[in-house]
Design a binder for this molecule. Structure first.
Ligand code: ZN
Length: 334
């Protein structure tokens, strides 16, 4: 690790999380695909959109780290297969995307191939990209817990089969952004490391996200009436599960903006010197950034756990999910 040089001029890219999510259910009987009426997703056409974006921010407080952490060694074997459908990618962008997928393939295990739709094209101004699970599934045969949404790649793994023909992960990246670094080595100080951004976004697509949301001051940690697997392990400073607070309540809205939200499982504590993982929960709700990321100030650039924080700096090069994210993955069903 090296100290982070400070700079007041460099922009940072803010990685916001908001996946494209279709909610799906699979009842015990294959013919009954309806969800409960209360969540409003009873019909096949019922879908909810959650989106996750990567943006270029204008924050200036962080400088650049060019540190390159341990790469997977050549001996690390792939324990999952990624089938990626590229659209609009240049050859070098494709190589970089594949590099990130190859890293995840050594970190997660599944007998079911993980399908990804990756497109490169125009995005709204300021957005670098967006990604997320193609769909969420609950109450399927093999589900680790009942009444809980699982991102499709996890659901497929647990079900032992591809639950739908749609892509498990959907990712989009900006073709108008001209500061990408597609190389394998450390990104130059003025470039954004595309491989790290893909690694980050695939992290969301594979399940690093919760349903947490604040709207009009009221908080929710459920979508379509149920929590996502991630939401089952989030808590406040006192250790009270966020799921214990009334959904769509001011109380929960305050918790989600308390600067004191944690992900707490035995696996995470084992990976983090006995401590819970601190999540990003600023006092102003930041859609796509709050809650579904590790806390930026705790896991600074250069930290082994920097991948899933909401901010990536120019020149910040990351090639591993890190111990906390791996522990969160094992907790949510991987
Ligand atoms: Zn993110």
């Amino acid at each position: 690790m090296r100290p982070t040089p400070t700079s007041t001029r460099r922009k940072v890219a803010v990685l916001t999380a908001a996946p494209l999510v279709l909610l799906a259910t699979l009842a015990a009987t294959p013919t009954a695909a309806g969800a409960t009426a209360e969540d409003g997703f009873g019909a096949a056409a019922s879908r909810a959109a959650v989106r996750s974006e990567v943006r270029l921010g204008n924050a200036t407080e962080q400088g650049v780290v060019g540190s390159l952490r341990a790469r997977p060694s050549a001996r690390q074997v792939a324990t999952a297969t990624f089938n990626i459908r590229y659209s609009g990618f240049s050859a070098e962008a494709r190589t970089a995307f594949q590099r990130a997928a190859d890293i995840w393939a050594t970190q997660v295990t599944s007998s079911v191939p993980i399908t990804v739709d990756a497109s490169f094209g125009p995005l709204p101004p300021g957005a670098l990209g967006s990604a997320g699970p193609g769909s969420l599934w609950r109450d399927f045969a093999g589900a680790p817990a009942p009444s809980t949404w699982y991102p499709e790649a996890i659901a497929n793994k647990r079900a032992g089969r591809q639950l739908s023909a749609d892509a498990d992960v959907v990712a989009q990246f900006s073709s108008s952004f001209d500061g990408w670094w597609f190389g394998a080595g450390a990104a130059p100080g003025r470039k954004i490391d595309f491989t790290a951004v893909v690694l980050h976004e695939l992290g969301h697509g594979l399940g690093f996200l919760g349903a947490g949301e604040v709207r009009d001051g009221r908080g929710s940690v459920r979508t379509g009436g149920f929590p996502i697997s991630y939401d089952r392990f989030t808590e406040n400073t006192a250790g009270t599960a966020l799921l214990a607070f009334p959904n769509r309540s001011t109380q929960l809205g305050n918790q989600l903006r308390s600067n004191g939200v944690y992900f707490d499982t035995r696996a995470v504590r084992n990976s983090n010197s006995g401590n819970r993982a601190r999540l990003f929960a600023p006092s102003r709700w930041q859609p796509g950034s709050s809650y579904s990321h590790l806390n930026e100030a705790t896991y600074k650039p250069g930290s082994p756990n920097a991948l899933m924080t909401p901010v990536i700096n120019r020149g910040e090069t990351i090639r591993t999910p890190g111990p906390i994210t791996n522990a969160i993955f094992s907790s949510i069903g991987w």
